[in-house]
Design a binder for this molecule. Structure first.
Ligand code: GSH
Length: 313
């Protein structure tokens, strides 16, 4: 059984965003508990914790639930500042590199990898991901065509990663490791997460492969499994941690308002609750579920759409 202060990561092995979180846990030398969640919806033991958020990974600490790796990494830093993921001087550029990696580099990689390894994927994965994006469910030939169409965008961008490193810098944003390294790494990690069929794409790039090797050495920290039911019990037996004071912008809903929040890109399931924290980095909602009791669900501000719930009467 896990205690209320333990880090619990809800994830599955081939999730690249989960790999980003696992590696950050390893970099900080943290001990954590692992709950393996299904890679496709429905996720009946996860969504009572999140209020509907279904993406992977999710970090739970007692009755506090952190959605999205952008916030998960910040929360790990808040709880264990050293070694830092946010070095002065490299963080702003690191965040910009992370945005590029996660919004332009990764999608073609995902399509190229999926179409190349279609025979190795769970049967219902393509259908689930298409529905998650509001797209029609593709047949196998459509998925393979998308792989061929996206291969050039992958190649062009791997060459850019090599170019970034070619001035002799150790890390993506310069002399210090930053969130940019974790974001580029998890995107490139996905190339070989399924099979070695696309290893030739990285083969020409010695600097990139050396940098990936240094990243992989951080490992995953020390982890031991618990069940999804145990994780729900941890939430039920814990109270949400005290929150820092909100610092809303003038346009923001005030704490105490009923709000709904959802991702602004894909997996746009709506989560509703009472706004209990809002500042430049984070938005948190209090909600209640019979399986968890009171929980506070935390999101990064950027990348999420937040609205006050207005009565439709
Ligand atoms: N911005 C999110 C993206 C997370 C994401 O897209 N994860 C993928 C898995 S790698 C996902 O949720 N896929 C659907 C699922 O797992 O249900 C983050 O940084 O955590």
């Amino acid at each position: 059984m896990a205690g209320p202060a333990e880090l619990i990561l809800h994830h599955y092995d081939f999730s690249n965003y989960a790999e980003k979180a696992r590696l950050a846990l390893g970099y900080k030398g943290l001990t954590w508990r692992s709950v393996i969640i299904p890679p496709v919806a429905p996720k009946p033991d996860l969504t009572p914790l999140t209020g509907g958020y279904r993406r992977t990974p999710v970090l739970q600490i007692g009755a506090d639930i952190y959605c999205d790796t952008k916030l998960i990494l910040r929360e790990l830093e808040r709880r264990q500042p050293q070694p830092t993921l946010y070095p002065a001087g490299c963080t702003a550029i690191g965040e910009a590199i992370a945005y590029w990696a996660e919004h332009q580099l990764f999608r073609p990689i995902s399509l190229y990898v999926s179409g190349t390894n279609l025979d190795l994927l769970p049967d219902n994965l393509q259908a689930d991901r298409s529905m998650m994006r509001g797209l029609p469910v593709p047949d196998a030939e459509t998925v393979r065509r998308a792989a061929r169409r996206n291969a050039p965008a992958v190649r062009v961008q791997i060459a850019r990663v090599e170019a970034i490193l070619s001035d002799g810098r150790d890390w993506m944003a310069g002399p210090a490791l930053s969130v940019g390294d974790f974001a580029v790494y998890h995107a490139l990690w996905f190339i070989s997460a399924r099979s070695g069929r696309l290893a030739h794409e990285l083969a020409p790039y010695a600097l990139t492969r050396n940098w990936m090797g240094r990243m992989a050495e951080f490992g995953h920290g020390s982890c031991s499994p618990i069940t999804a039911a145990q994780a729900l019990d941890v939430a039920q037996g814990a109270r949400p941690a005290p929150l820092r004071a909100s610092e809303p912008f003038v346009e923001d809903p005030q704490p105490g308002t009923n709000v709904r929040i959802r991702a602004d890109d894909y997996g746009r399931d709506t989560i509703e609750g009472e706004l209990v924290l809002i500042d430049a980095e984070e938005v948190a909602l209090r909600r209640r579920d019979p399986k968890t009791g009171d929980v506070v669900v935390h999101f990064p501000r950027l990348g999420y759409d937040l609205r006050a719930v207005t009565s439709r009467l």
